[in-house]
Ligand binder design. Structure first.
Ligand SMILES: Nc1nc2c(ncn2[C@@H]2O[C@H](COP(=O)(O)OP(=O)(O)OP(=O)(O)O)[C@@H](O)[C@H]2O)c(=O)[nH]1
Ligand SMILES: [Mg+2]
Length: 396
């Protein structure tokens, strides 16, 4: 018998220099879901570690009610575990679903890593160990600090070049230790360039940001890409500099009447609702695209979006007849060839769902109280909307 609740875990790594907005981001992601007035008809978000959850909510309340941003956490690596708990635990649809909880592990890396050499060999070892824990992430967000872009207005290439070089250096310092056993199979393979503090650029969309990066820093991004490619097995399966998004945790505004005070409007967020969809669905989509384009060794496919079959089954559900049979076989632990071969068309179909057909499936799933499918189709709709609104851009 399977254990209940069945949990599917997804990791996301957030990289950014000190002050680029990582801690505010995770606080603003979580905080609103803890407000008394928060409503979500499909799932509840909880922090697996109560103390962590309280601290994040405190950060959020500090911003909301006192206009103070959280303390910087420059030297501290933290992994936050959140669980998206699907509603409707004991209905019929729930009994058939492949999982009940989608757990998000959010790795918040200290800015200092990318700026300074480790001060001792213990510090070096600590960094290496911490870095190992993020290798399970499929997606990494690379933050480009909007405030720095403003500070370097007109010569953004200087900031962007140093940012990319710092990321490269941060990785290269760990390379020998990480590659002791040869190229790494499981490694983040989708690196999204994300503009943090996008509220500082009210008239930008994701294309404005992308054009700036390409115009001013294409070579630096390419250098970072080839550095990362040097870490991994099957380097063709790697996207860096292809996905872009805008992020803003709140609208931060200086009030200039009287003594200068900060106004933080947390109702005006950008891109945060895309974090769950990006973490859960983007690896699945990329896996299908890469699989269609070139031969990827099985071990790499399996490590990329591991458990993608379950997600695809949750997404496409009973609409595609093979799914039930497929899940039954999965349950019998046929991890070999046959199940994988069956999975390909299911994955492809799940990924292709779009537009009116996707909308219809989402409405049906809601009507049938099939909360898993409703949630996953909603995530897919959110991604679609993010593209339409030009908050996120993915390669075709
Ligand atoms: N305009 C604007 N400012 C922001 C936003 N998010 C963060 N900031 C500002 O940036 C400062 C630093 O944010 P943090 O989240 O603490 O930065 P961090 O990346 O965690 O930095 P370290 O902990 O040093 O690694 C905050 O105190 C805010 O003043 C945002 O979305 N918009
Ligand atoms: Mg921080």
């Amino acid at each position: 018998m399977a254990k209940y609740p069945r949990v599917r875990e997804q990791h996301i790594a957030v990289f950014g220099e000190s002050g680029s907005g990582k801690t505010v981001l995770v606080s603003s992601f979580f905080g609103p879901t803890q407000e008394g007035s928060y409503k979500n008809d499909l799932w509840d978000l909880v922090a697996d570690d109560t103390g962590q959850g309280v601290r994040l909510y405190q950060n959020y309340l500090g911003m909301r009610d006192r206009s103070t941003a959280p303390m910087q956490t420059r030297f501290k690596a933290t992994t936050y575990y959140f669980s998206v708990k699907l509603k409707g635990g004991d209905n019929d649809a729930a009994k058939k679903r492949p999982f009940d909880v989608l757990r998000l592990a959010w790795h918040d890396y200290p800015g200092e890593w990318f700026e300074a050499e480790p001060s001792s060999s213990e510090e070096h070892n600590r960094r290496t160990d911490n870095f190992r824990s993020l290798l399970r992430s499929d997606v990494a967000l690379l933050l480009v600090d909007g405030q720095k872009l403003l500070d370097y207005r007109g010569e953004e290439e200087r900031y962007l070049a140093s940012l990319m070089a710092n990321f490269r250096q941060g990785l290269l310092r760990l390379k020998d230790d990480l590659l002791k056993d040869g190229p790494i199979i499981e490694f983040p393979r989708v690196w999204i360039l994300a503009l943090s503090k996008a509220d500082l650029f009210p008239d930008w969309d994701v294309d404005t940001f992308r054009d700036l990066v390409i115009l001013k820093a294409a070579e630096d991004v390419e250098r970072l890409r080839s550095t990362v490619a040097g870490f991994i097995e099957t380097p063709a399966a790697l996207s860096i500099g292809e996905d872009f998004m805008l992020l803003s945790s709140a609208k931060f505004e200086l009030k200039s009447n009287g003594p200068q005070t900060l106004d933080i409007d947390l109702t005006q967020r950008v891109g945060l609702d895309l974090v769950l969809p990006v973490a859960s669905l983007l690896p699945l989509e990329r896996r299908v695209q890469w699989h269609e384009r070139f031969d990827i060794p099985r071990k790499v496919l399996d490590s990329l979006a591991d458990g993608a079959e379950l997600l695809a089954a949750g997404l496409a559900g009973g609409k595609f007849a093979p799914v039930d049979k497929f899940l039954a076989r999965m349950a019998k632990v046929d991890r070999g060839g046959k199940v994988a071969a069956m999975a390909v068309p299911i994955l492809a179909k799940a990924v292709q769902l779009a537009g009116p057909e996707l909308k219809k499936m989402n409405e049906q799933a809601r009507a049938q109280h099939d909360y898993l499918r409703a949630t996953l189709t909603q995530f897919k709709r959110d991604l679609e909307q993010g593209v339409i609104d030009k908050v996120i851009r993915n390669p075709k």
